[in-house]
Every structure is written in structure tokens, then in C-alpha cells.
Ligand binder design. Structure first.
Ligand code: PBG
Length: 323
């Protein structure tokens, strides 16, 4: 008989053998940014998470930095009336996200600013790329994503994170940033294995980015595939990704673990997405789950699978209340 209970006899012993941790350095905190001033508007389906105008965003980033959070991810949210077919506001020189990057860098330069690069929040049809004959067209979308990454990088973003799931998007960004002399300063976080997931539901409320027709299954991955995720990760690394990502996180721990095992040299980011947040939050609010414990367990699981960093809407609350 092998005796395992010796590892568990009391708290001090359990602590001694616990070899997975989660702390402030592990987190990337996502933000939704809107035009205006003084705005901190809570999202119905994500209690505790707000859309911020830039002034309020900067205040919140400062609070997070004081808690030890040193990486943030920005999404721009624009009014429906501001959107057009080509998502022009995504890559204009004074784009909302560019102004947000500059404001954060001016106030808290130590914070690593990552920007989401995708057209879905900016196109009137709510798809992640350009439409040609009512279909999202891969190749004509690439220059627009590259342009979007370029304006973000020029504004001071430390990382650009393309999430449109267009083939060749990493290469397109890499080439553009090199051509503009920004590649050394701006890294690329690739949303490599991004599945067509119903767990993005609350995000689409938050970012007002639901597709106006159809769904994203023609470009985001089918979760019924076993190895495509690894192939996507491999291709992104070959194209020049500095960090890679699996998204969502908890239902895809297998992909995280296999990705880390196969490409140990590339930092793996896991995105605990809006639906993962909302389901824990809702169950906690009903008193059905012990929030502190399930959040801790979820975050540890993601780290145990091998993720180096976790994008989590829980980052701030976790560090404020439970760390
Ligand atoms: C697309 C994007 C989405 C998310 C991050 N980037 C939405 C989608 O692809 O449908 C989802 C994140 C979340 O659910 O928290 N720009």
C-alpha cells in the first residue's frame, strides 16, 4: 500500500506539497472602453464588470496596479451608429483604444497594455472581418487587422492580440509591425485556439458585438475537433506569435495542457471568458456555490493545466478579497 494521506494530514503539510499557485503576476485584466467621461456602467450579465470611459478606466487600472495587476487587455466598444461595413473606427489614428492606451501609459507606464485586434466590435454586421457576398472574407480582412494593430502599437500598446481567427493574421501583423519599425517594441499575443463558444454570450452584451446574422462558426474553431487547436497554435508560432492562447479556459484545459507540452518555449495564455465568469457569479449570487472557493479552484486548474497567464474578469475581485 502506498500512503498518500501523509501529504494531507494538516494545513501546513498540504501547503508544503501544493505546487501550483495563482497570484497577481499571473493575471491579465480585461476592460471594455467606451467614449465619454465619468462612465462606469455595469454590464447586466456580468455583475461587477463595467464599461468604462477613458478617465474612469485609468482610475481603475491604477487600483488594479496597486493590487499587483500589471497586465490589462482592452476592448473598444462603439455606438451602433458609429459602426460601418468596414469597421473604420477600429483602425483610425485616433481610435478609442489608441486614446485609452495613451492614457494608461501616461498614468501607469509600468502596466503592460494588450489590445484586442478584431473587427467584430466595429462592423455594422458584427462579424470579425470584411464581408464579401455575405461571407467573411479572410484575405481582404488581413490588411485591416494589420492596420488596426499598427495604430495600437503606435499609440504605445505593448502587445496586440488578434482575435478574429483569420488565417494568416499573425503573419500579416508581424510583417506590418516590422515594416513600420514597431515589431521590437510591440509583441503579438495570438488567440490561437479560439473555439466557437456559447460561453462568449455575456461578452457580446458587454461589447455589443453579436453578429447581426449567422454565427462565427465559419472562422472560430469547432470544439468537436481534437487536434486542430494544436495545429492552430503551431501555425501561429511559425508566423511569429510571441505568446499563444487557448480560449475559453476551463472547458478546454486539455488543449491548454497539450499545447504547453508540445510548445513549452512559448508562454501560454488562457482566457477565462465572460460566460465562465457569469456562471460562477450567478451561482454564487444565488448562494449555490461558495464563490471564493470555486474561483480559486478554477484559477488553480487553469494554472495546473500549464497556462502561464490567465485573462480573467475575476482578477481584481480575487486579489481584493480572497488572495
Ligand atoms: C472578439 C472577441 C470575443 C471575445 C474576445 N474577443 C467575442 C467573440 O469572438 O465572439 C470573447 C471574450 C469573452 O467572452 O470574455 N473580438
Amino acid at each position: 500500500m502506498k500512503r498518500f494521506r501523509v501529504y494531507r494530514v494538516d494545513q501546513a503539510t498540504r501547503d508544503k506539497y501544493a505546487d501550483v499557485t495563482v497570484g497577481a503576476d499571473d493575471f491579465i485584466y480585461p476592460y471594455f472602453v467606451v467614449e465619454g467621461t465619468g462612465i462606469c456602467q455595469e454590464i447586466d450579465s456580468m455583475p461587477g464588470i463595467c464599461r468604462f470611459s477613458i478617465d474612469k478606466l485609468v482610475e481603475d487600472v491604477k487600483e488594479c496596479y496597486a493590487l499587483g495587476i500589471n497586465k490589462v487587455l482592452l476592448f473598444g466598444v462603439v455606438e451602433q451608429s458609429q459602426k460601418d461595413e468596414r469597421g473604420s473606427l477600429a483602425y483610425s489614428e485616433d481610435a478609442l483604444v489608441c486614446r485609452a492606451v495613451k492614457a494608461i501609459k501616461a498614468a501607469v507606464p509600468q502596466v503592460c497594455v494588450i489590445t484586442d485586434v478584431c473587427l467584430c466590435e466595429y462592423t455594422s454586421h458584427g462579424h470579425c472581418g470584411l464581408l464579401v457576398n455575405n461571407d467573411v472574407d479572410n484575405d481582404s480582412t488581413l490588411p485591416l487587422l494589420a492596420e488596426m494593430a499598427y495604430v495600437h502599437a503606435k499609440a504605445g500598446a505593448d502587445f496586440v492580440a488578434p482575435s478574429a481567427m483569420m488565417d494568416g493574421q499573425i503573419e500579416a501583423l508581424d510583417k506590418k509591425l516590422k515594416a513600420e519599425g514597431l515589431r521590437d517594441r510591440c509583441k503579438i499575443l495570438a488567440y490561437s485556439a479560439k473555439y466557437a463558444s456559447a460561453f462568449y454570450g455575456p461578452f457580446r452584451d458587454a461589447a455589443d458585438s453579436a453578429p447581426s446574422f449567422g454565427d462565427r462558426k465559419a472562422y472560430q474553431m469547432d470544439f468537436r475537433t481534437k487536434d486542430q487547436g494544436l495545429q492552430e497554435i503551431e501555425a501561429d508560432i511559425e508566423e511569429g506569435a510571441d505568446w499563444t492562447m487557448v480560449k475559453p479556459a476551463m472547458p478546454y484545459l486539455d488543449v491548454i495542457a497539450r499545447g504547453v507540452a508540445k510548445f513549452p518555449q512559448v508562454p501560454m495564455v488562457a482566457y477565462q471568458v465572460s460566460g465562465e465568469y457569469s456562471m460562477l457569479k450567478a451561482a454564487a449570487q444565488k448562494g449555490w456555490l461558495d464563490e471564493k472557493r470555486v474561483v480559486f479552484e478554477s484559477l488553480i486548474a487553469i494554472k495546473r493545466a500549464g497556462a502561464k497567464y490567465i485573462i480573467s474578469y475575476y482578477a481584481k475581485e480575487y486579489l481584493q478579497k480572497w488572495a
